[in-house]
Design a protein around this ligand. Sequence first.
Ligand code: GLU
Length: 487
Amino acid sequence: MEIRVRFAPSPTGPLHIGGARSALFNYLWACKNKGTFIVRSEDTDLERSSRESEHNILESLRWLNIQWNEGIEVGGEHGPYRQTDRLALYREYTEKLVDSGHAYYCYCTEEELEQERQALSAKGETPRYLGKCRTLTSEQRAVLEKEGRKPVVRFRVPEGQAIHIMDHVRGDVVFDSNGIGDYVIVKSDGIPTYNFAVVIDDTTMNITHVIRGEEHLSNTPRQVLIYQALGLPTPEFAHISLILNTEGGKMSKRDGDTAVMDYQKKGYLPEAIANFIALLGWAPSGEEEFYTLDELTEAFSLDRVSKSPAVFDLQKLNYMNAHYLKKAAPERLAELALPHVQEIGILPQGEQSPEQQQWLIGVVKAISEKIAYMAEVKDFVHYFHGDVPMEPEGEALEVLRGEQVPTVFGLFKEKLQAVESLSEAEVKVLLKQMTKELKLGGKFVYMPVRVALTGQMHGPELYDIIPLLGRENVLKRLEVTEKRYLG
Ligand code: GLU
């Protein structure tokens, strides 16, 4: 049997890490089984849904390289793939359910329902609909309609039934139908509710596996009852655990960014994000933690998806991203860095000259081992750009007081003027020669030069800084330092 899975986001906001994980698990399961991965849109919340959110979700998936074979923008035999374009289909199934007695029209007003809820709560019972309109005759209905009441359609929940859900992650989960009141499947404006529309979509799209977040587990018995009423087979389920923050609470904005595109904007790499979210709730069998999408596909299985909550650990993500940054080609890193360097006005907007491109490639090469994500380039550009060094403090200032310092600077200037080009190799030679000629330990030469040029005792390698600053800036920075501190 062909495996068919789907990701069905509600386009009411950007794609979040949790949604991306559901999409990824579905994608991996489809790829693993040479099946089909569908992306469709649950846009029946007319007020909160927007095409803008849908666009963000699709762009986020594309950025992560999670490709779908069927669905929105791709098309396919089971479309349309937006729920608002499928209303006629839902009406057809509503009629079937009403005709077979599995659903009925309910005319209760919001006030009546509220009274019922309060009465049940007062008795300590679960608030639910008790079925007042279950047995309305067509005459009674006609009277109510005359009053101008617009009905909803409710599903008639069978009494005393144990509803079994075979879940790949949670095993056999049983719900008691008595705890579920007759629920609305079509609202008074004719728009289907999630629990109903999702069943019709899943069944008409021949979905074999429903892989989604744990928050939908409690919806599943309501969906299973609809399959049963329609005489349709239920798909297999896999409810993946919640994602918590490192303190065990619900993940929120305070724990870091939650939208996928926030990470893109900060200069994370999509392969790092995909790798990281794959490990949120799924564990490979071996020790390896770095996986490409192909390797994930190879390794993925539903039975290694964990029941216990996943923990979103930003430090781990940063560690993984740093790993991928180190491996990425400098040209790609430069592209990633460009908007951040432009943002602080160090490079102009628009096309860059070949020199500017080369400079940026040099910068990212020099710092790729030092950053977790590319927005951090902003903390480093001052090392490589401009003619004024940062002001040294504390120990760094002490370094400039060394008695050898004026001689070191003198020789450094001389050598700088004499050398033809300032490549990394030449700078290395130049610095070495200085230690030799001055008969000083490296530290007594490199440290004052470093402090003079950067104001700091740590930072990127001198042989990276000097060529990227260029002779003029190096000489000027040196001059500024001499004036300030050796005057
Ligand atoms: N629209 C639902 C959500 O975004 C989809 C749930 C499902 O996959 O059935 O959570």
